[in-house]
Design a protein around this ligand. Structure first.
Ligand code: ZN
Length: 123
């Protein structure tokens, strides 16, 4: 299960990287929580997510709960992208829509396995 989450995160990471506009970023997208510019940056949440879930962040050592949280962020991010593109994520065969269906399935299975208590409220 953890492997499937980590695999799902790889695609989301790729999409987030594609959509960050980093020409003006003084940190090359290494989020710095002490920097005012990062706190105000419109890409702050994505950037912060990316930095804590990149391939160097040793995802294998993180708790399943942390991985699931990262997956929830990815689902929201890709879902928003698809909505912006006007795709029908139930029918569409593009990579992003296929990913969303697959990742939603992974997430559902995580919840069935007992899931994380923090998201238990969302039935
Ligand atoms: Zn699509």
């Amino acid at each position: 299960m953890r492997d499937r989450i980590i695999k799902s995160l790889a695609y989301a990471r790729y999409q987030v990287q594609q959509h960050l506009e980093l020409d003006d970023c003084p940190h090359s997208a290494q989020y710095d929580r002490k920097d005012q510019r990062c706190q105000k940056c419109e890409f702050g949440p994505e950037c912060q997510w990316l930095c804590s879930n990149d391939e160097f962040a040793a995802l294998e050592r993180k708790s399943t709960e942390t991985l699931v949280d990262a997956l929830v962020f990815s689902l929201g991010y890709i879902d928003a992208l698809i909505t912006r593109w006007g795709h029908d994520s139930d029918e569409c065969r593009c990579e992003a829509c296929a990913w969303l269906r697959e990742a939603a399935q992974v997430f559902a299975e995580c919840q069935e396995e007992g899931g994380s208590p923090s998201s238990a409220a969302a039935s």
